[in-house]
Design a protein around this ligand. Structure first.
Ligand code: PLP
Length: 395
C-alpha cells in the first residue's frame, strides 16, 4: 500500500498547472497569439547579464573536480559570507555565514523551517490569500495549518481574525509580503501591530512564536515602495528567500533560510533547520548557483516591465468596472470575480481564451489571480476580452 496522501498529491495537478497545460493545448489549436495565459508565475524577463557571465567564469576558472563537487551541507562558506555581506549592505545588519542555510529555493527553505520548528499537532497560522503550497508544506511537517481569512478591503491583516486564530499550540506564523496572489506589501503599521501581538502572545503562552517571512518577491516592488525588513521589527523572525523571481532563476533552485542571531535559541533553531534539511535529503543546494547567486546578490533582473504591465492592466480593468486592490509589488493582481463563484467565473473567462486562476485555491473565494509576468502585448490584446467578459455579466 502506497502512502495515500503522497499519491494524491502526486496525482492531482495544481489548478495553476492544469490551466498552464490547458493553455499549451489551446495554443497548439488556435495559435499562441490567441491565448491569453495569465496562469503561472514564471518570470518573463531574463536574468541579468552578471548571472551568465559569472557562471561561465566559474566554470572556466574553477578546478574541474571542485566545480561539481559537494559543498558543505548548509552551503559553501564563502558563498554564504558573500550573501550575508550583501544583506548587511542593504539592511545595516551584521550577519555572517553562520546565519544562513542555503536551500533549493524558497520552497525548501519553508519546508526546512516547518520541519525544524514543528512537533506533531503544532499549529502554523497562514493569512489568506496565500501561496497554495503552504498548506502542503505545513501538513507535510506534521503540523496543522490555521487559516486567517483575508482582509479583502486592502489585503493587509484582519487582526481580529488573527487574534481568534492564535492559541497555545501556535508555533509559527507565516507572512508573504510582497504577496502572491494580491501583490500587496504589508505596511509598517501592519508589521508593527503584528510584532506587538506576537511578542505579547509569546509571553502569555511561555514559548516563542516564530514569524516566518517568505520573501521571494522582496525586490519586485513599484514606485519606491519599501518592504519592512521583518527581523528589525520582531526578533524571532526567520527569513525564507529565493532568487527565483528577483534574478529570474526559478529553474536553478536557490534560496536560503536566514536565522538572525537575536532569535531565541538561534543556534538550536539553526541546528533544527539543518537537521530538517538532512532528514528531507535537501543538503547541499545546487553548487554552481550558490556561487553565482552569491556573486550577483546585489543585483535584480530588469523588472520595469512588471510595473508597466501592472499599470496597463489595473487601469484597464478598473475602467471596465472590475474591483481591484492596487498591487505595489510582485507580478500578480487579485481582482474580484464578477460573480461570487470564482471557479465559475474563470470557466466563463476561458471561453474568451483568458486563463486566470480562481481565488479559492489561495484561500480567498470571490477573487481571481492574474499573473502578469507576460509580454505587454498580451495584456493589450487581452483587454478587449476582459471587456467582453464584463459585458456578458452586465447583460
Ligand atoms: N513562496 C511564494 C509566495 C511563491 O510565490 C513561490 C513560488 O512561486 C515560492 C514560495 C517558491 O519559490 P521557489 O521557486 O524559490 O521555491
Amino acid at each position: 500500500m502506497l502512502n495515500e496522501k503522497m499519491t494524491a498529491l502526486g496525482t492531482q495537478r495544481s489548478v495553476i498547472r492544469e490551466l498552464f497545460e490547458f493553455g499549451k493545448q489551446e495554443a497548439a489549436r488556435i495559435g499562441a497569439e490567441n491565448v491569453f495565459d495569465f496562469s503561472i508565475g514564471n518570470p518573463s524577463v531574463p536574468a541579468p547579464a552578471c548571472v551568465n557571465e559569472t557562471a561561465i567564469k566559474i566554470i572556466k576558472e574553477t578546478d574541474p573536480v571542485a566545480l561539481h563537487g559537494y559543498t558543505s551541507a548548509q552551503g559553501d562558506a564563502e558563498a554564504r559570507s558573500a550573501i550575508a555581506a550583501s544583506i548587511n549592505r542593504r539592511f545595516g545588519t551584521d550577519y555572517t555565514a553562520n546565519n544562513l542555510y542555503l536551500t533549493v529555493g524558497a520552497a525548501a527553505a519553508l519546508c526546512c523551517c516547518f520541519h525544524g520548528l514543528c512537533n506533531a499537532d503544532d499549529e502554523v497560522i497562514i493569512f489568506a490569500p496565500y501561496f497554495p503550497e503552504y498548506t502542503v508544506f505545513v501538513e507535510g511537517a506534521g503540523a496543522k495549518p490555521v487559516i486567517v481569512p483575508a482582509d479583502t478591503s486592502a489585503f493587509q491583516i484582519d487582526f481580529d481574525a488573527f487574534l481568534r486564530a492564535l492559541s497555545p499550540a501556535t508555533k509559527a506564523v507565516i507572512v508573504n509580503s510582497p504577496n502572491n496572489p494580491s501583490g500587496v506589501v504589508y505596511s509598517e503599521e501592519t508589521v508593527c501591530r503584528l510584532a506587538d501581538i506576537l511578542r505579547e502572545k509569546s509571553a502569555e503562552y511561555g514559548h516563542p512564536i516564530y514569524l516566518i517571512a517568505d520573501e521571494p518577491y522582496r525586490e519586485i516592488v513599484f514606485s519606491g515602495t519599501t518592504v519592512p525588513f521583518l527581523p528589525d521589527y520582531y526578533e524571532n523572525t526567520l527569513v525564507c528567500y529565493s532568487w527565483s523571481k528577483s534574478l529570474s532563476l526559478p529553474g536553478e533552485r536557490l534560496g536560503y533560510v536566514l536565522v538572525p542571531s537575536k532569535a531565541k535559541d538561534a543556534p538550536l533553531v539553526y541546528a533544527a533547520i539543518a537537521g530538517a534539511g538532512r532528514s528531507l535529503g535537501y543538503v547541499n543546494a545546487p553548487g554552481l548557483f550558490q556561487r553565482v547567486c552569491a556573486a550577483c546578490a546585489d543585483q535584480t533582473a530588469d523588472i520595469s516591465i512588471y510595473e508597466t504591465n501592472k499599470n496597463l492592466l489595473l487601469h484597464g480593468l478598473r475602467d471596465m468596472g472590475y474591483q481591484v486592490v492596487e498591487p505595489n509589488g510582485t507580478f500578480y493582481m487579485f481582482p474580484q470575480s464578477l460573480e461570487p463563484d470564482d471557479e465559475a467565473f474563470c470557466e466563463r473567462a476561458k471561453a474568451h481564451h483568458l486563463l486566470i486562476v480562481p481565488g479559492c485555491g489561495f484561500g480567498c473565494a470571490g477573487h481571481v489571480r492574474i499573473s502578469y509576468c507576460v509580454p505587454t502585448e498580451r495584456i493589450e490584446k487581452a483587454l478587449p476580452a476582459f471587456q467582453k467578459l464584463a459585458e456578458e455579466y452586465r447583460a
